[in-house]
Ligand binder design. Structure first.
Ligand SMILES: Cc1cc2nc3c(=O)[nH]c(=O)nc-3n(C[C@H](O)[C@H](O)[C@H](O)COP(=O)(O)O)c2cc1C
Length: 177
């Protein structure tokens, strides 16, 4: 795979993975209800704010993931932003698919998609568009509500995935401030 990728693109899988490991990314759990009303979800750090007007947010989903089709097919999904201390939750939603929601409390009053009540911040999204992203699908959602106490994430900041492990974002003073 790596030699073939190098021949086609000039970059090996190892080089690309090492470069991307240097990119600190927020850790989220993206959830939805599937067509049977069963909660589904996965840990995702390939996420980004996309647009302010309209408010759009994107998530990159591995086409091979067992949750891919449910998330891409759902009319709504929830992006649950994790905070320092949520490392076990992050690993749980990257582990056995049939155990991911075991013991997890869902936020009351959020029926369109299962929000995790312990997450720092929840972005409830309606599906806006899906785009081709190579071996991933780019799922674009229109944010319809923001909930949680995530704006009080101090002093430790957010939970990040960096250099193939967890890291905590630490706010520092802005130069000149
Ligand atoms: C910190 C972290 C970040 C991840 N980010 C993504 C991501 O952005 N997109 C994605 O499809 N899978 C991501 N994964 C992998 C999924 O959480 C999940 O483990 C994978 O899709 C396999 O799921 P499956 O067993 O349901 O097929 C990430 C895993 C971890 C631990």
């Amino acid at each position: 795979m790596s030699a073939a990728l190098l021949a086609r693109t000039g970059v090996t899988a190892e080089e690309f993975r090492a470069a991307m490991a240097a990119l600190a990314a927020p850790v989220t759990v993206v959830t939805c209800y599937d067509e049977y009303g069963t909660p589904r979800g996965l840990t995702a750090s390939a996420v980004s704010s996309l647009s302010l007007d309209p408010p759009l947010f994107l998530v990159c989903l591995d086409r091979k993931s067992s949750s891919h089709d449910a998330l891409v097919g759902a009319s709504s999904f929830c992006v649950n932003l994790l905070a320092p201390g949520d490392e076990e939750l992050a690993l749980k939603f990257a582990g056995r698919p049939d155990r991911r929601f075991d013991g997890v409390r869902l936020a009351a009053g959020e029926d369109a998609a299962p929000g995790l009540s312990d997450s720092a911040l929840r972005l409830m999204c309606e599906r806006h568009e899906t785009l081709d992203g190579g071996d991933h699908t780019i799922l674009v959602g229109r944010v319809v509500s923001v909930d949680g106490d995530g704006l009080g994430l101090t002093p430790a900041g957010g939970l990040l995935w960096h250099q193939r492990g967890f890291a905590y974002a630490r706010p520092v003073p802005r130069p000149g401030a």
